[in-house]
Structures are given as C-alpha cells and as structure tokens.
Design a binder for this molecule. Structure first.
Ligand SMILES: [Zn+2]
Length: 77
C-alpha cells in the first residue's frame, strides 16, 4: 500500500510492503494535472434518440486518483 504526502517542497509517496517502508518522490500527474480525475466520454444508450456520448468524470487511471505519480527522474517525455 502507499500513501501520499504533499508538502510545500513537493510530494512524496510512502510505500509500506513486506515490513519495510520507503519513500519515492512524486510529481504531478500530467494526465489529470493533479486533480485525480479526468473527463471521459461515455456512451449513453437512448432507445428513442439512438444514444449519445456523455462527458463524465472518471478516476484518472494514470495516478489511480492520487493526482501524483512516482517521479523516477529519468523518464522520457
Ligand atoms: Zn492523474
């Protein structure tokens, strides 16, 4: 499991697994810009009008809703 702490200097993920605890720097998610949610189009079935696309808020799958992702420092854009 992991938890996120956001400070004035940035954000840090704390991981706890197998009796160990470690931290990784985090950066703002570029997909949702730190919101943890993003807009997505979802088809809505409408038997009268033939259906349409509706914009809905979904949990950002890039950051799993945290708004931040681990910053490994050397990822290429
Ligand atoms: Zn995100």
């Amino acid at each position: 499991m992991r938890s996120l702490s956001v400070t004035a200097d940035g954000a840090v993920f704390s991981f706890v697994a197998h009796g160990q605890r470690w931290e990784e720097p985090a950066k703002k998610c570029t997909v949702c810009h730190g919101d943890g949610e993003r807009m997505a189009e979802r088809p809505v079935v409408d038997y009268v009008n033939g259906g349409f696309l509706s914009e809905v808020n979904v949990t950002c799958e890039d950051c799993e809703g945290y708004g931040y992702v681990p910053d490994h420092g050397q990822e290429e854009e």
